[in-house]
Unconditional design. Structure first.
Length: 420
């Protein structure tokens, strides 16, 4: 048996509280943004996860000093421009797709860079054409060879950039590039995710002049230079939804301390329809479930719609819900790969193209299953909470990329889950 495995058994309902950590999809971009200014940056509310460790190593490979995380605090010291090597090597970039966001700050500040084509989770092709086209509009030129993208520019110039699709990471890249471009940049059809707002807030603390973050139109007045920031990252809405799904599948009553409910309206509404009782509290969310879940239809959409990252947990929940549900994936092809694993556990799911038809069964049955990406692996682990017998999840190391001590925090509220 593989050593990166979790064993999950059904147990008593979950009770207690879980602290929601900092948002992975924000922290990685905030770390990349430090490249825009020399000096000492401090980021608070940083989770101890593998993706943060990989991004730390990526920055270190360029000559940046990155501390270990202490009490959720990360210190990043960026040296002078001539002491930074603007190259992101394959052996680090291939591990996480989010590493492509170093492209924008490197082009903006160092006017040249070499970045390996990104890797990361295996759930379909996600091209970087949006990134390159947008940065070309600002005045960068690119060549692609031997698996690397090389960029050069005499200096970026503000312009109107219209994104073909409201890509989260493309918006991040253009936003970070445009803060040092001369003149005004307008980003149309920008992604609206709260992590974009968080990045813009940090950039403004560094001296940038950004307005409209969180809307589909962002305006940036370029500045000559930026200064280091001390910034606290927002909490992770996807982690909050994950832990809510754990309550749905195991039953119980759990408080999610720090859950960013203000950014979770659509998914909380869906969770309520499925059968969770959710109450916004002064310190987060109270989530309870004491009855069988209900079927519903769900479609993934860019924010503020139901995020694609939520979908694996929703599919796991609906697999034991009463009735028939239809789940539609509108953003990424190939993100139903975990469905075959749920079928091994007795789920009645049929997929066709971008759709999954789910006929809920009363209980799943424990089996050996394999996780292929962060959210799919976590969803399969949670499915084990609603399965008779023992579930063995291999590929559990994927979970460590996005969740700090996933089994330990669930055990603390009563889940029977352990790491081999």
């Amino acid at each position: 048996m593989q050593k990166d495995a979790l064993i999950i058994r059904p147990g008593r309902p979950l009770e207690g509280s879980i602290e929601i950590k900092g948002a992975k999809n924000s922290v990685l971009k905030l770390m990349a943004a430090t490249l825009l200014a020399s000096g000492t940056h401090t980021i608070e509310n940083v989770p101890k996860i593998a993706d943060v460790a990989i991004m730390s190593d990526l920055l270190r490979s360029m000559g940046v000093t990155v501390s270990e995380i202490v009490d959720g605090c990360l210190t990043i010291i960026v040296p002078a421009e001539n002491e930074v090597t603007p190259r992101a090597p394959y052996e680090l970039v291939e591990k996480i797709r989010a590493s492509i966001v170093v492209l924008g700050p490197l082009v903006a500040r160092y006017h040249r860079c070499e970045v390996s084509m990104p890797g990361g989770d295996d759930f379909g092709h996600r091209p970087i054409d949006f990134h390159l086209n947008a940065l070309e509009a600002l005045g960068a030129s690119f060549e692609t060879s031997h698996g690397y993208v090389s960029a050069a520019t005499p200096g970026l110039l503000g312009t109107r950039v219209v994104l073909e699709f409201p890509s989260h990471t493309a918006t991040d890249n253009v936003l970070m590039a445009s803060v040092l471009a001369k003149g005004t940049t307008v980003i149309e059809n920008a992604a609206r995710e709260p992590e974009i707002i968080d990045l813009a807030d940090m950039l403004n603390e560094m001296g940038a002049r950004i307005s409209g973050a969180g809307t589909s139109r962002i305006e940036v007045q370029g500045v000559d230079e930026l200064k280091p920031a001390h910034h606290r990252a927002i909490s992770d809405r996807v982690e909050a939804a994950t832990m809510a799904a754990a309550v749905a599948l195991a039953g119980g009553n759990v408080t999610l301390v720090g859950a960013p409910s203000i950014y979770m309206d659509m998914v909380l509404e869906k969770l309520g329809v499925i059968g969770l009782t959710i109450t916004v509290t002064s310190d987060g969310l109270s989530v309870a479930c004491s009855e069988r879940l209900h079927a519903t239809d769900v479609a993934t959409l860019p924010y503020p719609g139901v995020a694609t990252d939520y979908k694996p947990f929703i599919v796991s929940m609906l697999s034991v819900a009463e009735g028939v549900s239809i789940v539609t994936e509108n953003l990424f092809s190939g993100r139903f790969k975990y469905v075959d694993e749920l079928r091994r556990m007795g789920a009645d799911i049929r997929t066709e193209g971008h759709h999954a038809v789910i006929r809920g069964v009363p209980r799943l049955s424990g089996a050996q299953v394999k996780g292929t990406d962060i959210r799919a692996a976590a969803a399969l682990a949670l499915a084990g909470l609603a399965a008779d017998g023992e579930t063995i999840l291999t590929g559990a190391s994927h979970i460590e990329r996005g969740y700090e001590d996933f089994p330990g925090r669930l055990r603390a509220v009563g889940a029977d889950i352990e790491r081999l």
